[in-house]
Design a protein around this ligand. Structure first.
Ligand SMILES: [Zn+2]
Ligand SMILES: [Zn+2]
Length: 97
């Protein structure tokens, strides 16, 4: 079988600590948390903030939603296309139903 799946163009960034791909919404979360010098994936970012990844995602999202300058690029991003959604490793999607 064709086991090798090339990295999608979707991930333009990678974590400065572990090298994991970082999607655009997680990049916005970094900025929202004033993490501007380095870019971390959600797991590393959560460790930095001494929070769990889900907790951190909720916290960052609340902040993003309160700021127009973050909300605009956030909304422009199509979270449904994030390939990590299916594995539950990315918390970039809007969870409210
Ligand atoms: Zn990382
Ligand atoms: Zn994502």
């Amino acid at each position: 079988m064709d086991a090798h799946v090339p990295a999608p163009d979707f991930f333009d960034y990678s974590c400065d600590r572990c090298g994991a791909p970082v999607c655009e919404r997680v990049q916005i979360m970094n900025l929202a948390l004033d993490n501007v010098d380095e870019l971390f994936c959600l797991v590393c970012l959560a460790e930095e903030q001494e929070m769990g990844p889900v907790e951190l995602a909720e916290f960052a999202k609340a902040y993003v939603y309160s700021r127009e300058c973050f909300k605009t690029p956030w909304d422009a991003f199509k979270a449904k296309s994030c390939p990590r959604l299916s594995t539950g490793e990315c918390y970039c999607q809007d969870t409210e139903k």
